[in-house]
Design a protein around this ligand. Sequence first.
Ligand SMILES: [Zn+2]
Length: 250
Amino acid sequence: MHRMERVRTAVAVCAHPDDLEYFCGGTIRAMADDGWHIGLVIATDGDRGTHDPAASSQLVASTRREEAMAAAWILGVSHVEFLGHEDGELSTAASLRAELTRIYRSMRPERLITFDPWKRYELHPDHREIGMAAIDARLFARLPHFHPEHLRDGLAPWTISEILLFNTDEPDYFVDVSRTIEAKLEALRAHTSQWEGIWPQTSGAVRAEAARMGALAGAAAAEGFKRLYVPLGPVSAGWSDANNGPTVGC
Ligand SMILES: [Zn+2]
């Protein structure tokens, strides 16, 4: 007789095709190796991600889509959803929140991974906006009077109990990526269009950041997150910091 294993599910919500790999690729690969089912949402088509003024937006978008799929495969992501919003124009508008709410109710993940929207001096507007929209949609997903049309489609309210925020000023949760950093770099490099002439600097910066986080976590290489643990309870209860000092987990 087979024992039923509980499959843990996570959703990663990013703004651009290469965000996941850059900010938390080592963690995603470690989670996949550990049996997590991981869905990736890429909100924009990234069509302005080029320094070439003569480049065709359509071609840039399609190239970046292919690169994202190749990278996701390397990291063990189970499913990629492209929302196709305009690059640089994301907002926490109701339409984006509604899309994410529907995805959460459909995927029913226990963990949300996204940008820390409260990071100081984050220069890319899409990074600020997607983090906030992803967190807002978590609240909407758990309450039936937000988007009741989803319920009519058979999607029940759903509560995500844990949020990991990357690109954060206040990391308090660390994932040891010593064994997955090479896969992270391979996946990142799959975004060929983004690294022309600057791969040595990019890969060097990624290794240096992993070593810096590793020093905080007691590992050779790590990725750091701000962790919000939000157990079932009143909507206004906010988050509780269940951590007591740096935590290493997956
Ligand atoms: Zn980005």
